[in-house]
Design a binder for this molecule. Structure first.
Ligand code: GAP
Length: 494
């Protein structure tokens, strides 16, 4: 299949997933009645359940599952010097270029990447590779003038004005700032955190001492982060307000590469255990290491728009703690009783986006299939979530509104809702009710019918196979608990 045709189909898939997410209550554009806010999204009634399930699973895996990892919840606002020490004030920027005619601003690497894709579509694979190699070399050298020259030489045009009338390339800081203090003149500029990690670093000694933690140990956190991303792309993949799930693992200097390799494999295994096919996940080693890292890798997932980063594993050396020690004047050392030495621990970080993990699950779950034979053939769309992640675990339906069936179904619902997020409905034909649950990925539909009156059995209809099975009402609790527990996932990670 031609590359262009493949891209069109893939983009069509993404479009279908975006409209499915909106139509069925997963993700809405933020403040949509005012035409939305670019790169900001709201999670709907089913989206929030899926996201909460993912966050709970991550929390369970990355804190309770390890005896030497604990969690914290640090504030979004931090003392402004934090961001001087971390390097974000001076170095957290992307190279940008503006088109003078349209006034549209582009991230330089995105602009050149789009040109590379066009060259590939035109069958000029060698030329595309040459431009890509040049771009990577210039980014590695931080050669902004060279990047501009490449854009001019390649005659890259602005999509809006169609001209090549470009400004110089400038670095643009991605942090959002605001003011604290009631009197304007005395107010101090503070930042909305661009990563949750720094809340962990500044609490390293608080946690170590209060929890009597011994190196190696980890601190985990889930929380919002904010970046003024210039180019909003691919739905919730790149947002200005998003959520990170990060863990900093503090180790003895010299052991960090061993731990880096351990965490690299552990985190890949986590994504696979959630049902992502092995050929859709791969590692991508960083070509250009950040100044603080001595090893870094991305875990990438094959989205409909190609393989893209979902998680980063970084060996951050002692960069952050050393700088916090220098800027705060407070020692950030640990006394290792096993070797009788004081040192600043090295850090291996695992950092995954909750929203990107959500998008991975949505893309992986979206299924279209043809069911039935001959004239009865029809297309079915459903979300094949792992039952432990599904927003609603089971839907309970009386077959009809008469003969005491709703009363029995209500009783089952009232009982199951204590342990699970379940749903009750008696309106419309049973087929329609099944379809509505398929569209939001509910793994089980439980139907109370006339036979229930005789023998206390109900039908369980399975989302993926469409198979139906009669079971005792008393068995329901067990069936749902087994399928929806995190146990199956965690056992694979032991
Ligand atoms: N503390 C390290 C750190 O923040 P990063 O690679 O910049 O590293 C880690 O971000 C993860 O956060 C990414 O792999 C991605 O999943 C998520 N992420 C980063 N920027 C994002 C954005 N604009 N929108 C959604 N998720 C984002």
């Amino acid at each position: 299949m031609a590359e262009k045709e493949k891209n069109q189909i893939e983009n069509a898939t993404l479009k279908k997933i975006i409209s499915h997410a909106k139509e069925y209550g997963f993700v809405f554009p933020s403040s949509e009645i005012y035409d939305g806010l670019q790169a900001v999204y709201d999670y709907g009634q089913y989206g929030v359940e899926l996201k909460n399930n993912l966050k709970s699973l991550w929390w369970k895996t990355m804190t309770h599952f390890y005896e030497n990892i604990v969690g914290i919840d640090a504030a979004i606002f931090m003392h402004p010097t934090t961001w001087k020490a971390s390097g974000h004030v001076d170095g957290f920027s992307d190279p940008m270029i503006d088109n003078k005619d349209s006034k549209k601003r582009y991230r330089v690497d995105h602009l050149i990447e789009a040109h590379i894709e066009t060259l590939k579509d035109l069958g000029q694979k060698d030329k595309a590779q040459e431009v890509e190699d040049k771009m990577n070399a210039l980014i590695k050298e931080d050669n902004l003038a060279g990047l501009r020259e490449l854009i001019i030489d390649e005659k890259i045009k602005c999509q809006v004005s169609g001209t090549s009338n470009w400004t110089e390339v400038r670095q643009f800081n991605l942090m959002f700032s605001t003011k604290v203090g009631s009197v304007a003149e005395e107010a101090e500029t503070i930042y909305l955190r661009p990563e949750t990690a720094q809340g962990i670093f500044v609490n390293f000694l608080n946690v170590q001492k209060s929890g009597r933690m011994k190196v190696p140990f980890g601190i985990a956190q889930i929380g919002k982060a904010f970046r003024n991303e210039i180019v909003a792309r691919q739905f919730i993949f790149r947002m200005r307000e998003f959520e990170q799930m990060e863990m900093q693992f503090f180790v003895r200097p010299g052991t960090e590469i061993e731990w880096y390799n351990t965490w690299k494999e552990a985190r890949k295994a986590w994504h696979l255990a959630l049902g992502i096919p092995a050929d859709k996940i791969k590692f991508h080693d960083h070509e250009k290491l950040a100044h603080y890292a001595n090893a870094a890798v991305d875990i990438e997932y094959e989205f409909p728009f190609g393989f893209k980063e979902i998680e980063g594993i970084h060996s951050r050396t002692d960069f952050d703690l050393k700088n916090h020690q220098q800027y705060s004047g407070k020692k950030q050392q640990y006394f290792d009783t096993e070797i009788n030495q004081n040192y600043i621990p090295y850090v291996v970080e695992t950092s995954v986006g909750a929203d990107r993990t959500f998008l991975v699950q949505l893309c992986n779950a979206y299924t279209e299939e043809v069911v039935g034979e001959g004239e009865n053939q029809k297309e079915r769309v459903y979300l094949k979530f792992h039952p432990a992640l599904a927003p609603i675990k089971a839907a309970i339906f009386p077959l009809t509104k008469k003969d005491g069936l709703p009363e029995i179904a209500q009783k089952i619902y009232q009982d199951l809702k204590i342990d699970f997020n379940v749903f009750y409905e008696e309106k419309d034909a049973i087929g329609k009710r099944y379809t509505r649950q398929d569209l939001i990925g509910t793994p089980f539909c439980i139907v109370v019918d006339h036979q229930t009156l005789e023998d206390n059995t109900v039908t369980v209809r399975y989302r993926d196979t469409l198979a139906q099975e009669r079971v005792q009402i008393s068995e329901l609790q067990d069936i749902i608990a087994k399928a929806t527990s995190f146990r199956g996932i965690l056992e694979q990670l032991k």
